[in-house]
Design a protein around this ligand. Structure first.
Ligand code: AHM
Ligand code: MG
Length: 325
């Protein structure tokens, strides 16, 4: 067994990869903020049942969904971390109607869009949940307005996600590389556990909510039938955890439009764009069935999108099957 001392710490990794780089300088402070927020949340999630922090707040969010106590706590936690970083100019958040603005100095050079707690329906039942972040650059002196956030996912300079599962992992993607860090619960530090992650060629898994079959168009019914051949279905119901399994073990996730979710269910800015960016850096793909999701020019902060994400060959196979059916 290797000890954590044989792994690079997040700080050592950031020092050698981001410090002093023209694009990424300052990003390390944003990443430390995410790591600190994740460590804090990890403990609240593990103890939530004992501390009376599970269950709903009684409020409804902008998405029309019931807000869980931990949704609100995670949103507040990361907003505070980004404010304290003094590097983030604005944050868009799945739980907050309007963007949160921190400062417009030249030092405030990053924009973050986040789903602070993905998989809300799994909070109360001890199943993996996570946090998702897309990171954009803000050029000096650019005015802070909503348009600064409504940019295609292809303009992200990085994306990060955390999975609070049987262990807590933090995955960071920047141009061409995806790196996984695991939290050591003894010291709360994140250590590099997988460098330069790429999807494996094998694709043992597909992830879809089968309960929606009757609502799908014929092309998706056919595409899922094809996926079933020789593969196991794995569906956690927390996108970030399903995505993490598929990137490591191989597979594809889809949540397309159906008669109930006519424009898709998942959020372009908080879920599809950041995970889409990670997927592409790992050699995979992301599509709404028609185009690369990262090329979509967003019109609205909270917009939803059909999502097909994972192994490139499988994403293409699904699109082809839908076209032909
Ligand atoms: P959330 O961000 O409020 O948790 O909602 C998004 C979640 C995804 O994590 C998951 O893939 C999907 O909703 C599950 O939806 P369904 O219960 O319809 O299968
Ligand atoms: Mg979510």
């Amino acid at each position: 067994m290797t000890s954590s001392s044989s792994h690079l710490t997040l700080k050592e990794f950031c020092d050698s990869n981001y410090k002093g780089s023209e694009t990424y300088d300052g990003l390390e402070t944003v990443l430390y903020g995410i790591a600190s927020g994740a460590k804090n949340l990890e403990s609240q999630i593990r103890n939530g049942n004992l501390l009376g922090m599970l269950g709903a707040t009684g409020d409804m969010n902008i998405q029309g969904e019931i807000v869980q106590q931990l949704d609100a706590i995670s949103s507040d936690t990361f907003v505070q971390e980004f404010k304290d970083s003094k590097q983030v100019a604005m944050v868009g958040c799945e739980e907050i109607e309007h963007p949160v603005t921190f400062g417009d100095s030249d030092q405030h050079k990053f924009i973050v869009l986040m789903d602070p707690l993905d998989g809300s329906s799994n909070i109360d039942v001890a199943v993996s949940i996570g946090s998702i972040f897309g990171i954009w650059k803000r050029e000096p002196s650019t005015p802070l307005n909503a348009d600064l956030l409504l940019r295609p996912g292809a303009e992200q300079i990085g994306a990060v996600y955390v999975v609070y599962g049987s262990c807590t992992v933090l995955v960071i993607a920047t141009e061409g590389t995806v790196n996984e860090f695991t939290m050591n619960p003894k010291d709360g530090e994140f250590y590099l556990t997988s460098a330069n992650l790429k999807y494996p060629d094998k694709t043992p898994y597909y992830s879809v909510n089968d309960g929606n079959t009757a609502k799908w168009i014929d092309g998706i019914v056919e595409a899922v039938d094809q996926l079933r051949e020789g593969r196991s279905q794995r569906y956690i119901g927390s996108l970030v955890a399903d995505f993490h399994r598929n990137i490591i073990k191989g597979g594809v996730f889809l949540y397309t439009a159906d008669t109930k979710n006519t424009v898709g269910r998942l959020r372009l800015m908080y879920e599809a764009n950041p995970l889409g960016y990670v997927s592409v850096q790992a050699g995979g793909a992301v599509s709404n069935g028609i185009e690369n999701i990262l090329d979509i020019k967003p019109v609205e902060l909270h917009q939803r999108v059909p999502l097909i994400i994972g192994n490139k060959m499988l994403v293409e196979q699904i699109i082809e099957t839908v076209k032909k059916t």
